[in-house]
Design a protein around this ligand. Structure first.
Ligand code: GRF
Length: 207
């Protein structure tokens, strides 16, 4: 029996290693997503080129011509998502703050991965801040996107130890390996739940 696959779009701004993890996972016929679009606000993002090489539909919608009009940029993004038939969106290193237009339009259907155990360390420079704070556990979170940055319902988390001689780069690399495991797992879990109750379900934990 063939599995019904949900069309999923990925938004990215950079290297795209989490996008690669999702794309690789979606190659499995049993995985409940197919990647219908990889879209970037940066035309030269390495992740966009990776997706092209993987034979996937890609779009670059540069934010710069839109100037300060973030909502107009997001209308263009939304139109591209609709055109591609996306039903779920995964932010994977998408480095633009979203306005309520896009977060409301995609409420309950947009996921993000963040490199910390939320609600600790929302925002940028999470690994440096984790080292400064002296935490002994750090990690990553997949959550639903809401209007407030890094605050939506948590779908899954993974934890790694912070080791005595860690630099921010060493810690980032250890977390990133877990991101690549967690994001496909959380997406699969999300898509195979009733979307109305997914946010209330037990979070996935990867130790
Ligand atoms: C990841 O650390 C992700 O958690 C954060 O941005 C980074 C993107 O890396 N949101 P990549 O482009 O997926 O390699």
């Amino acid at each position: 029996m063939s599995t019904a696959k949900t069309p999923v779009a990925i938004l990215l701004s950079g290297r795209g290693s989490n996008a690669t993890a999702l794309i690789d996972a979606a190659r499995d016929p049993a995985f409940p997503a197919r990647i219908c679009l990889v879209l970037s606000n940066k035309p030269d993002a390495p992740g966009l080129e990776m997706a092209r090489q993987a034979g996937l539909p890609t779009r670059a919608i540069d934010h710069r011509p839109f100037g300060k009009d973030r909502a107009a940029h997001e209308h263009a993004i939304h139109a591209a998502l609709e055109e591609a038939g996306a039903k779920t969106v995964c932010l994977a290193g998408y480095m633009r703050l979203l306005t309520p237009y896009l977060t409301n339009t995609w409420a309950g259907r947009m996921l993000n991965i963040h490199p910390s155990i939320l609600p600790s360390f929302p925002g940028l420079h999470t690994h440096e801040r984790a080292l400064e704070a002296g935490v002994r556990l750090h990690g990553c979170t997949v959550h639903l996107v809401t209007e407030d940055m890094d605050e939506g319902p948590i779908l899954g988390q993974a934890a790694v130890p912070v080791l005595p001689d860690d630099t921010a780069d060493m810690l980032a690399a250890r977390v990133l390996r877990q991101e690549h495991a967690l994001y496909p797992l959380a997406l699969r879990h999300f898509l195979t739940q009733n979307p109305a109750t997914a946010a209330n379900s037990a979070a996935l934990v990867v130790a």
